[in-house]
Design a protein around this ligand. Structure first.
Ligand code: URA
Length: 196
């Protein structure tokens, strides 16, 4: 079994000979062998600056999530599918702004995420939005609307619990009630399994 450091080193080596050699790589972090691993899409500006996943605004969302489900940040493992910040140049300001990760970026980073999951070996994988949902299920056609808010058994025996991405909830206020209900379902599931 590989150690998480081995996977990180392999990734850094591959990045150096890739088109992403100049980018900051934001690794996953947290408990090894935790009950729960959370997987987001990709780091944003705050994460790129600090070199850590889910800080800044996304970190606040994460704290609210942890509060509801009854876990601490250091008790879980947190990562992203794509480990660099996908950016484009804003036509207005000329500055770098976030964009969704490309298919090439996802394909480059996916094998390392799958290795990371095996090594961290969480019982429950919580995905935020469509990008990690597709990555974890291996189903290109998987959509969050079909999966969210209930435990789903994955091929490797782990449990997937898919949530909407908190950013989607901000852009679509109608999703807030669904997101809140899903969190309570996750909490009930973790308690039933003795995991929180
Ligand atoms: N920050 C992350 O690290 N991941 C996300 O998916 C969003 C913000």
């Amino acid at each position: 079994m590989k150690h998480i450091k081995d996977i990180q080193n392999e990734l850094l080596e591959a990045v150096q000979t890739s088109p992403y050699g100049e980018k900051t790589i934001v690794f996953g972090e947290g408990a090894e062998n935790p009950a729960l691993m959370m997987i987001g899409e990709a780091p944003g500006g705050d994460e790129e600056k600090q070199g850590r996943p889910f800080v800044g605004k996304a970190g606040k969302n994460l704290s609210a999530f942890l509060e509801v489900v009854g876990l601490k940040r250091e008790e879980i493992y947190i990562s992203n599918v794509v480990k660099l910040r996908p950016t484009k140049e804003s036509p207005k300001t000329g500055k770098a702004v976030n964009r969704p990760p490309s298919a090439d970026e996802i394909a480059f980073f996916l094998p390392y995420l799958l290795e990371e999951i095996k090594t961290i070996s969480p019982k429950v994988v919580v995905t935020l939005g469509n990008v990690p949902l597709k990555a974890v299920t291996g189903e290109r056609k998987a959509v969050i609307g079909d999966y969210h808010g209930r435990p789903v058994m994955l091929a490797d025996g782990r449990t997937l619990f898919a949530l909407y991405h908190p950013a989607a909830v901000i852009y679509n206020r109608a999703l807030q009630a669904t997101y809140d209900e899903d969190l309570l379902e996750l909490k009930a599931f973790l308690q039933k399994e003795g995991l929180a």
